[in-house]
Design a protein around this ligand. Structure first.
Ligand SMILES: [Zn+2]
Length: 320
């Protein structure tokens, strides 16, 4: 197992170096006799190093499993807000933070916006949840896969779309208290930062950084079959085995993920969704869901696939 992980790391370094040579070198070199300013290179890919760095922080001892209402959760929340700020995402009424209360607990969503260049009043919501189960009886539930992976991916997508401005506006939403019954997203759809009837779709990512069979599911197509063609299109372009399913309660209630993560809050408001996630693994909701178990190459490829899906959806004037 150790040698496998080492080789995965080596592969990542090799792949990262290739990306560096392919995409980080300047697009043009300005000849000395021209007066044109030097063009700044814009990477065509997601920032893989940042993706892994963010995941490592969110799943570290410092954030203590990110349980809603704890200091570790606050640390994660501040980390995300700081990243949104440094990237220049737009705030709503001067803040990225949206506080809410359920029972005796306070939660906080972190939400930033990127304005669309062509359809600024139409929105795509890219979401993940940053909370997890926290410290229970002295054991940290790290939640590296669930859902530090989705949260770090949302931050990588934020960076990408700041560098490659979208046609539609994007809402980058990292929800709190998902593990307490989708509380953050429930609150958000009742108190949205942008009009809900202007939201084209929610793309939700939760648990995307490891799978022994190289598989990830796009779920929700049973409810919104017209979205299948977009998934089919993306399937051709990704090395990941992209499957569809886990959304039909008439087949098996147990197997239906429709109400299993924050996309359900959007679905209840009749907003179409696509949820990306892997099937459960033995470390799901256990202290052993740790950073070292992440398959970095797989994770990067899945997050890239989500980016490509967002790009494809962004190019549509209407989803039908
Ligand atoms: Zn989750």
């Amino acid at each position: 197992m150790i040698s496998f992980r080492l080789s995965a790391t080596v592969r990542l370094i090799a792949v990262s170096s290739l990306f560096f040579y392919l995409f980080m070198t300047p697009v043009t070199t300005t000849a000395q006799h021209t007066r044109k300013p030097k063009r700044v290179a814009i990477p065509a890919k997601l920032d893989s190093a940042l993706l892994i760095h963010d995941l490592a922080f969110l799943a570290s001892d410092a954030t203590e499993g990110r349980a809603t209402g704890t200091p570790g959760n606050l640390l994660a929340q501040q980390y995300i807000a700081k990243r949104f700020d440094s990237l220049g995402l737009l705030k709503t009424e001067g803040t990225y933070l949206q506080s809410f209360t359920f029972g005796n607990t306070n939660g906080t969503n972190v939400v930033g916006i990127i304005k669309g260049t062509k359809y600024p009043d139409s929105y795509i919501v890219l979401s993940a949840h940053y909370d997890h189960l926290g410290n229970r009886n002295g054991k940290i539930y790290y939640g590296a896969d669930d859902d530090a992976s989705g949260t770090a991916c949302v931050m990588a997508l934020a960076k990408y779309f700041i560098q490659h401005p979208p046609l539609h506006s994007l809402v980058l939403a990292t929800f709190d208290a998902e593990e307490r019954g989708l509380q953050g997203s429930k609150y958000y759809v009742d108190h949205p930062f942008v009009p809900l009837d202007k939201v084209m779709i929610n793309v939700n990512i939760d648990i995307i950084s490891r799978n022994d069979s190289n598989q990830v599911y796009a779920s929700g197509l049973f409810h919104y079959p017209y979205l299948k063609k977009y998934v089919e299109e993306i399937k051709k372009a990704t090395p990941i085995n992209l499957l569809m399913g886990h959304d039909d309660s008439t087949k098996s209630r147990h197997d239906d993920w429709t109400n299993q993560s924050d996309h359900f809050s959007f679905h209840r408001k009749k907003i179409p969704f696509i949820y990306f996630g892997v099937e459960d693994h033995p470390d799901y909701h256990k202290p052993s869901d740790t950073f070292d178990k992440i398959n970095k190459q797989f994770y990067f490829q899945v997050c890239t696939m989500v980016k490509d899906m967002a790009l494809l959806l962004d190019r549509q004037t209407k989803l039908q």
